[in-house]
Each structure stands twice: as structure tokens, then as C-alpha cells.
Unconditional design. Structure first.
Length: 315
């Protein structure tokens, strides 16, 4: 009887151990399946964005060797970005970072398409101008052949006047650019601190990324006697350690065109009363998301020009 009881207890123990082992194996299998599904979904997103972008670029090919060379270069950049995302998915298994890089892929596509469209428009405008100039040249040649010396002298005077007008126009444009640049309010002493909010609502400064709830950007608008006194607008751009501009449209983020006619994504702007003298200004950026560790870049723009920049680090 005692032996039977011992055997039964041993069998119960073995069954319990086998049940526990099965449960743990099921958990491991479920975790691996979840990881596999996430990887497949992320890979599918990557493939979709990559091949849609390739298709869109291929559709924009023309007879222009210059444009086609640019498109080929853009495709190489896309290929490099795809390889980077593949590394994150298959090797590092960092799906959050992979999705962030896929978002960059979308930004690259939009930038590439805008660049090619702009070049196509410029080429079309140039072709139209060349065609018009060619027609004018033919007409002028026929006129020269039929007119007298007086008409020839008049033609020469007209050409001289056109050259002078073009020169004056360029001088005016250059002068306008110089005046605008001279009126830019330069920014110094850019200081950025991370902060978190205490229970009493006060800010407590921190340099640690995991504790930071927001960033406080303070700067000094310098003295400029050329610009008109009044309200001045400064656009602040914060770039995270991955090179992405921190921006949320519902928090005042947007896009400006800089002095080189490039689109610049900004984080937030600040309007300050300006009386042509040194003025301090601050703004707070609290996006409600966690901050990454590493080196950040902050840029301040005024009137489309980069007025100042600095870096800071969150540990």
C-alpha cells in the first residue's frame, strides 16, 4: 500500500512538472509568434513604402539625362535607407526604430518628388524661354536684313538698354536681399534645459532623458537698429539625436521657407515685442512623448535666415 502511495505521488509530481514545462513553452511560442508578426508587419510597411517610392520616381523619368541622373541617385539613397531599416528589423529587432526610419523613407519620397517636380518645371520654363528667344532671334534677323543702318543702330541701342535694365534689376534684387539679411535679428546665448513638473506645478530642471517631460529653450535676441521696431517672430527647430525634427502640428509646429527657398520644418515659434535692443525670450516644448538620449541640435530662424544655433545633450 505504501509503495502504491509513493508511486502515485511521484506520478503526480511528474505530471505537474510536465504541465509547468508545457505552459512555459507555450509562453515562449506565443512571444516568438508575436515578435514574428511584428517583424512581418514592419517588413511589409517597408516594402510597400520602398516600392511605391521607386514606382513614383520611375514614372517621373523624362528625356532629360540630368533629371534621370538625379532620379538614379535618389534611388540609391532609398536603397541605402531600406538596408538600414532591414538591419533594424532582422538583426537588431528594434521595430520602433525601424518604423521611425520608415517614416524617414516617406519624408525622403516627398522630398525627392518635390525636387524632381521643381526641376521639371524649371526645365519646361527654360525650354519655353529658349523657344521664345529662338523665335525672337529669327524675327530680329529678318528685320536686320531688311532695315537700314538707322534700324541697325536702333537695335543696338535697344540691346544696350535691355542689358542695362537687366543689370539694374539684378542690382535691385541683390539690394533687397542685402536689406532683408541686414534686418535679421541675430540670436545668441541659446540655452536648452530638460525639465519635469513637480506636484506643485513648478519646473524642476533635469539632464536625464527618461525624467524629462519637456524642454525649455531660452535665447537672447540681439540688438539690430536696421529692422523695424515691433513684434518679431522667431522659429525654433529642435532636432533629436536621430536627426528628426521634433514637431507636432497641433502644438504649433509647421514649415517655413528659408532664404535658399528650402522647406524647413520647425518645432515652435515665438513672437516677442522688439525695440531694436537686446531682448530675452523663452519657450517650452512639452510634446507628451519620451525623449531620446544623445546630442540634440536647436536652430532659431528669423525672416527665413538662420539667426543662431546650439546643441545640448540629454543623458
Amino acid at each position: 500500500m505504501a509503495i502504491a502511495i509513493v508511486v502515485i505521488i511521484a506520478l503526480l509530481g511528474i505530471n505537474g512538472f510536465l504541465w509547468y514545462t508545457k505552459v512555459q513553452q507555450d509562453k515562449i511560442i506565443a512571444s516568438n509568434n508575436t515578435d514574428l508578426i511584428t517583424a512581418e508587419q514592419t517588413q511589409a510597411e517597408l516594402e510597400k513604402e520602398y516600392y511605391e517610392t521607386l514606382s513614383e520616381l520611375e514614372e517621373m523619368r523624362t528625356a532629360s539625362d540630368e533629371l534621370n541622373a538625379i532620379i538614379d541617385g535618389q534611388k540609391e539613397e532609398l536603397k541605402t535607407q531600406k538596408a538600414r531599416v532591414n538591419q533594424l528589423i532582422t538583426v537588431e529587432k528594434d521595430y520602433e526604430a525601424a518604423r521611425a526610419e520608415i517614416s524617414k523613407l516617406r519624408e525622403m519620397r516627398d522630398k525627392f518628388v518635390a525636387q524632381v517636380n521643381k526641376l521639371q518645371e524649371e526645365n519646361e520654363a527654360l525650354a519655353a524661354t529658349n523657344q521664345q528667344l529662338q523665335a525672337e532671334k529669327v524675327s530680329l534677323t529678318e528685320e536686320v536684313q531688311t532695315k537700314t543702318l538707322e534700324n541697325e543702330e536702333l537695335k543696338n541701342e535697344t540691346e544696350v538698354m535691355a542689358f542695362r535694365n537687366e543689370t539694374l534689376l539684378k542690382e535691385r534684387e541683390n539690394l533687397a536681399d542685402k536689406v532683408t539679411f541686414a534686418s535679421v535679428v541675430q540670436v545668441d546665448d541659446i540655452i536648452v534645459n530638460g525639465y519635469r513638473l513637480k506636484n506643485n506645478g513648478k519646473e524642476s530642471l533635469t539632464k536625464r532623458a527618461e525624467k524629462a517631460e519637456g524642454l525649455k529653450v531660452c535665447f537672447e535676441a540681439g540688438e539690430n537698429t536696421i529692422t523695424d521696431a515691433g513684434e518679431e517672430r522667431f522659429y525654433v527647430r529642435i532636432v533629436d539625436p536621430l536627426g528628426a525634427t521634433m514637431a507636432m502640428d497641433d502644438m504649433g509646429s509647421g514649415v517655413i521657407q528659408d532664404a535658399n527657398e528650402k522647406q524647413v520644418r520647425f518645432t515652435q515659434y515665438r513672437d516677442i515685442p522688439y525695440e531694436n535692443m537686446t531682448t530675452d525670450a523663452c519657450l517650452s516644448w512639452q510634446p507628451g512623448v519620451s525623449f531620446k538620449e544623445g546630442l540634440y541640435l536647436v536652430e532659431v530662424y528669423n525672416k527665413g535666415h538662420l539667426a543662431g544655433s546650439s546643441t545640448f545633450t540629454l543623458k
